[in-house]
Design a protein around this ligand. Sequence first.
Ligand SMILES: CC(C)(COP(=O)(O)OP(=O)(O)OC[C@H]1O[C@@H](n2cnc3c(N)ncnc32)[C@H](O)[C@@H]1OP(=O)(O)O)[C@@H](O)C(=O)NCCC(=O)NCCS
Length: 272
Amino acid sequence: MNFTGPFEEISGTLEALAEAEEMGKIIVYTPPEKGHELETCGYAEEGTIRGYYAGKDCQIFSSYPQNSRGISFNKEKEDQVIKNCLRKGKGTEKILQKSGDSRKKGSWKIHKEKIPLPEKYTLRPAVQADASAMAALYSQGFHFYPTPLHMESYLLKTMDSDVLYLLVEKQGKIVSLASAEMDSETGSAEITDCLTISSERGKGLIKELITVLEKELLERNFLISYTLCRASSPGINAAFVAHGYAYTGRLVNNCRIEMGFEDMNIWCKMLK
Ligand SMILES: CC(C)(COP(=O)(O)OP(=O)(O)OC[C@H]1O[C@@H](n2cnc3c(N)ncnc32)[C@H](O)[C@@H]1OP(=O)(O)O)[C@@H](O)C(=O)NCCC(=O)NCCS
């Protein structure tokens, strides 16, 4: 994700490692000016995170040591999800207004303004006492996941660093969760870990969590918000379209979430 020097110098090591560990995919994040080095080594671009490096774009390149890993089995369905979302979300693009705080660690300032959640629902930042219930929810929703969200210790550790977890409660019980992983060096943040329990879906909870996460990011002077979300899920793609995110690519067979590997769509938004 952050290589330095000519890519040719590490390319052989990556290939050898992939072979030894039987890895099916190699993923490389790079600024655009190094893209040709990746192409020379046989990598192909799958998408872009706009503004990822302090305003400069990041291109995501991949190579597939195991050919089968590079085949998207649900491409048509996933293309249709995007088409449907974009049709529904037309005209929703908006740029949030700038406000003046720094993005220093520890300066959380959750907006206190009233948000349009149904009655009996409360939106708030997660605290350490929530970690056990959060881990239980995540372990039901995500059987596999790129990060160990099912472990209370992982949630406690990340809560204490650069991840802001927000949750929605209904009468004291957590029903929806989302987080922002913030890179204060670059000013970009990934909105991720979105989950609503099945009985509470379709009520606008994830959209509200994204709204408040974005406000918090702006408050801390983050420039860019992006997500890598499940390409086959209409709900999560629709939520980001509704917030004015732009579709910038798809990462084939990129994450294990339920059973096998899933394609992930990239959505980006300039917050200021
Ligand atoms: C994806 C998920 C988080 C959405 O949460 P939610 O609280 O139900 O979402 P919201 O009610 O805020 O709805 C967001 C958008 O999705 C739409 N939506 C929700 N469920 C949908 C469905 N099953 N089919 C089509 N659209 C759906 C809503 O209409 C809304 O779009 P709109 O603004 O155009 O009306 C939830 O379905 C979930 O937890 N899924 C399992 C975990 C998961 O896959 N997380 C995403 C990981 S990347």
